[in-house]
Write a protein that binds this ligand. Structure first.
Ligand code: ADP
Ligand code: MG
Length: 678
């Protein structure tokens, strides 16, 4: 294979440093990376219609000949309008382009084009606005659409990809044997890469995408399987089924819901086998997953074994610590909190105590999985809000101290196929019921014009002794004009929240500062917390009943749902006020959905539909490597084939070290950015 493929894009003709920088913005760092910048969708100019058949106010594809062009007109300081008249041979249509003199100048009078754009009609005639176009004598009628960035046009990308492909064509390489390609009905790699970018046939594009998606899934499955095999090779701690739990369950300050009880039983049953448990506990925000975790920890402690509970943030870790202490210490079960912000001295002492077995339950952030933390006997590892941890992190935890049982808690309802993909062969317990007496959170979306009135409502709640959160998207003032917590708080204490105790909470504060603010908020010394999304996960203050979200358009549906879950945790009626001035269809849609339901499963499904899984499970969120081409939800069949194929390959070559697997091996390593292969 050509070395050039893995050089920076500057090696291409016509790509200088500044263009290479722009490509980097798109995540493209090499020539091969450019080839793997697959189209996000395609425009098919085959399906053009005469002007008379165009559907008004919709996007249509028309075949048009330019009759005349007028001069671009500057309308306002930042608006240039270009107009032309065109015909399909029968009727005329006006072409209108905004701020795109560049595209306009390429339209030539007398020539024919296929144009795709929104068609509208009024008394002055029919118009097509800001069309995408190709020459009618173009070789490819199907035009790929790429993710672009400022300064990179479709035509540039196409030209550069063409060049990149010709480099690869000189010395093509292939990652799958002919046998595998035949059995799984897959196109050769070189063919797939060419056709995904340049093709005039839908079926060829589909076949190309199938191959590329398969590759992506295969690499993922290979990586996951290799990790899983390593975890499975050891045996786990087997616990005693007759462990008495009734006293503990009766001591809890509430009665368990049926779902909590059933989930606890399922977990306890798993703990009594000598195969490591691998279970996902799914439950909407506020469904009471922590109580289930405490039961599991108690069960393990009563068997004389340690358990660890890992949370994604320090705030959450210390909250879990308090909850677990309250529940478990009356039973003589010792709980400790290990986070990154302890002084080195304290940490050292704590670590030796953990190694010594002085503590039964160790709560913390990812600090508890660092190499230097030793356990006496770690039998259970619980990870809260798991989707925030990376795959690599998870596997290092799984390897701590032999082979602990694993419980993953997540508030994101994940479709089953996707869950299997992410977590492997896991079992799932679901808590669907919310604890009795919970009232749905009343949610309104409003514009900034009624902000003052909204705060009137907030003050009324505060005056009744309740507390509130206000969430802003950023910390400091910024060019986007999004609300920033710092200036917001300054203004609020002079204005809408004058006379109330207001405090800031954001990710750039030290762990100690954050913790002390949270403690004051819990104790009721603070009325309103003005914060960023650091409060998103798990924070539990039942007296807080209002959640105001500024620039609500900045947040995804599932994220708003998580944020909203910070209120409505006690006996009081709770409210969520979403403030946004964004009037895009997408935003209005999302606000409508979130205001109309409190069901996390429903919301996440809608979110998936609106954003697609790539975005929904953004890389950081699901801990999986990014998927460029695979729609994880729609490719169940392909996913299963890839899994089967991965198993076959590993049966033959468990560490991918045979020469014919070298390029696969390279890709798996590249994907998991950790030396997962021994
Ligand atoms: P999440 O599933 O979001 O982690 P938590 O475990 O934080 O939810 O529980 C949310 C709140 O509900 C806590 O204040 C907890 O004490 C309370 N809670 C949990 N289980 C019950 C129950 N069965 N009945 C009443 N309240 C409960
Ligand atoms: Mg929680």
């Amino acid at each position: 294979m050509s070395e050039l493929l893995f050089c920076g894009t500057e090696v291409l003709k016509g790509v200088g440093q500044s263009k290479a920088e722009k490509y980097k913005k798109l995540g493209i760092t090499s020539v091969y990376g450019l080839i793997c910048h697959f189209p996000k969708s395609y425009l098919d100019f085959h399906c053009n219609v005469p002007i008379r058949q165009a559907v008004m106010n919709e996007y249509n594809c028309l075949k048009l000949k330019i009759k005349s062009k007028s001069k671009p007109q500057s309308v306002r300081s930042k608006l240039v309008i270009c107009k032309a008249i065109a015909t399909d041979g029968v009727d005329d249509i006006e072409i209108v382009m905004y701020n795109n003199v560049y595209a306009f100048q390429y339209l030539k009078t007398g020539l024919e084009y296929y144009m795709y754009g929104k068609v509208t009609e009024n008394f002055s005639g029919i118009a097509i606005s800001s069309p995408t176009y190709i020459y009618a004598n173009e070789k490819f009628f199907i035009q790929p659409l790429y993710k672009l960035t400022q300064g990179i046009t479709v035509n540039m990308i196409r030209a550069d990809i063409k060049q990149a492909l010709s480099i690869m064509r000189n010395e093509p390489f292939e990652t799958l044997s002919e046998d595998i390609r035949n059995r799984y009905n897959l196109a050769p790699l070189m063919w797939a890469l060419e056709n995904v970018h340049f093709s005039d046939s839908r079926s060829a594009i589909e076949y190309a995408r199938r191959r590329l998606a398969f590759d992506e899934l295969l690499r993922l499955e290979l990586g996951l399987l290799i990790m899983r095999k390593r975890a499975k090779s050891k045996t786990a701690f087997k616990m005693d089924w007759r462990t008495n739990m009734n006293d503990f369950i009766e001591s809890l300050p509430f009665e368990l819901t049926d779902d909590q009880y059933r989930a606890s039983l399922e977990i306890a049953r798993d703990l009594c086998y000598d195969v490591p448990m691998n279970r996902l506990l799914q439950g909407d925000v506020g469904s009471g997953k922590t109580a289930v975790a405490s039961i599991a920890c108690c069960f393990v402690a009563k068997n004389g074994i340690q358990s660890a509970l890992m949370a994604p943030t320090e705030i959450l870790a210390s909250q879990h610590y308090k909850t677990l202490c309250g529940f478990l210490e009356p039973f003589g079960i010792k709980v400790c909190l290990l986070t990154g912000s302890l002084t080195p001295k304290k940490k050292a002492i704590l670590k030796s105590e953990i190694a010594n077995g002085d503590y039964d339950v160790i709560v913390g952030t990812s600090a508890i999985i660092q190499k230097d933390v030793e356990y006496k006997s770690l039998g259970l590892v619980i990870t809260d809000e798991q989707h925030r941890f990376g795959v690599a992190q998870r596997s290092s935890l799984a390897e701590k101290g032999g082979s602990p049982h694993k419980l993953v808690m997540s508030a994101t309802p994940i479709p089953r196929t996707l869950a299997l993909m992410i977590y492997g062969d896991l079992d799932i317990s679901i808590i669907r019921q919310l604890p009795a007496g919970r009232k749905p959170i009343k949610t309104w979306a409003v514009t900034g014009r009624v902000r003052d009135r909204a705060f009137g409502f907030v003050r009324k709640q505060l005056d009744e002794g309740r507390q509130a959160y206000v969430v802003c998207p950023t910390i400091e003032d910024n060019e986007n004009d999004w609300f920033a917590v710092k200036s917001y708080a300054e203004n609020a204490v002079k204005g809408n929240l004058k006379g109330y105790n207001v405090a800031l909470l954001h990710g750039r504060m030290s762990a100690n500062e954050k913790e002390s603010i949270m403690q004051k908020f819990r104790d009721g010394q603070i009325d309103v917390l003005i914060c960023t999304t650091v409060v998103e996960v798990g924070v539990d203050v039942p007296n807080a009943v209002v959640m105001v979200i500024e620039n609500a358009e900045r947040f995804g549906l599932s994220q708003i749902h998580q944020l909203r879950g910070r209120v409505g945790r006690g006996q009081f009626e709770s409210y969520c006020i979403l403030i946004t001035d964004n009037t895009s269809e997408d935003c209005i849609n999302r606000m409508r959905i979130i205001s109309s339901t409190n069901d996390g499963f429903e919301i996440s499904e809608e979110d998936l539909k609106l954003r697609g899984p790539g975005d929904f499970f953004g890389n950081a969120q699901h801990g999986l490597p990014p998927m460029k081409i695979t729609n994880l939800l729609c490719n169940v069949e392909l996913m299963e084939s890839a899994k089967q194929c991965a198993e076959e390959i590993l049966n033959d070559d468990p560490t991918l070290s045979k020469p014919y697997n070298s390029s696969l091996r390279m890709e798996v390593i590249r994907l998991f950015d950790k030396d997962i292969i021994g």
